[in-house]
Design a protein. Sequence first.
Length: 578
Amino acid sequence: MKTRRTYEQLRSARWMVPDDQRSFGHRSRTMQMGYDPADWEGRPIIAILNTWSDAQPCHMHFKDRVEWVKRGVLQAGGFPMELPALSLSENFVKPTTMLYRNMLAMESEELLRSHPIDGAVLMGGCDKTTPGLVMGALSMGLPFIYLPAGPMLRGNWAGRHLGSGTDGFKFWDERRAGTISKEEWQGIEGGIARSYGHCMTMGTASTMTAIAEAMGLTLPGASSIPAADAGHQRMSTQCGRRIVDMVWEDLTPDMIVTAAAVENAVTVAMATGCSTNAIIHLIAMARRAGIALELDDLDRIGRKTPVIANIRPSGATYLMEDFYYAGGLRALMKQLGDKLNSSAITVTGKPLTEGLDLVKVWNDDVIRPLSNPVYHEGSLAVLKGNLSPDGAVIKPAACDPKFHRHKGPALVADSYAELKTIIDDPDYPMTPETVLVLRNAGPQGGPGMPEWGMIPMPKALLKRGLRDMVRLSDARMSGTSFGACVLHVAPESYVGGPLALLKTGDIVELDIPNRSLNMLVPDEELALRRQSWKPPAPRYGRGYGFLFSKHIEQADKGCDFDFLKTEFGPQVDEPAIN
């Protein structure tokens, strides 16, 4: 642990202490806002990055929770400064929040760099807010603590518990198949999301907040608390108190996010039945910390880490509220035992594994022991072959086991509009063996790699009683999704990856046990197709989209911007003179 800092050593002191004209301006304008010198003198300034907005249902409670954080900061002798950050509502932003994750990361880094900030509380939860906030804060390097939004309460309809996303997809297939009425569908619509908070399935939001905790970036147990629980308010205040001590202790993220911490995060993610999106965000977050996490590392850890959280969509019955009552993420960590590295510490300054021996598992059907897993390997598998030389991802536990080895003819759609024509035609020619393909939907092709990979079941198969088939795309899918969906095919088709050469009728072979994905097309034929392939027209001619297109990396690299790599080094951290 570093030596405890003095006030004069704080970053904010460079703004507030000197007896010069510039600092006169900083102090006088702070007083303009109604503050007295006693409010900031001798105190660290704590930024609270708040991703609340009127278009963000997952974070509707943040307008209240930020006041609890401020209370904790003041109680511990700090000076809170709320800074609004890009909200990234998964529900409303088009074409996808993934297009803007890196914008939030850049904004977070620059908010912390440009203001007189000593430490930060990051308030997020909805899918891309966790990695966006964390990536930016890691690059900045100031002490920070992550405050997760918490899952919403269980949905309810006709006496059944509903899971956001997962049951929406499931019942939409039934609606399209004609097995539920419009009135029933409207009942589901009104009952599936009944409180503030992020998705209460083990979707991307719950996955990423669990990863943040396993990486050591939250208070112990913080990621499991339901948003509507009073414990969430108490946790918010505790975050405010703790960040002040972290600043004095100079507990910076490089001390927390180590190789051991990243491996713990991957292990916990695999055990939760995590979202496929975890792979992209974990790689990006790790690389911001200077740790070269690869797809093969994730697959290696996944092969030896079973799914033990019996939560939808990998599990059949339970939701995040049940997970919390069963003991939460700390209980899952206890079940993992020596699979976790005890050398990694958290924002508490103590080991992640400290105190796990005292944790109780209250329901071992929700949080299973290693001897009785939901699935014998981790949540995700990485596939490579001539269709995905740089990798593709599937969630084996969330699809019918009969598709773990599959061979069938491709049916290729070059756009989402073309795909809709196929899936909405009840007489479109296809068989249960068909591999339905959507391409030009990756990082550049989407643009932004939208969640189009959870391709709805075609009506032609729904009317035959089928509810799953092999689907293949360079897009992503919602973490709440399920089914035999092969995603993140890299390189993407838009930049000339092998998926661009696939034709309708080509045989695709999927082999999850052997981690392979191939099109059974001779090399000579592929070479001829390569010669005739032409790059598509650029998606953007200006603005952020233009910047995105020029600098976005592929899915296997985490979809970060190439100019934000750690090896480029930190920016100069000095207050501007103006």
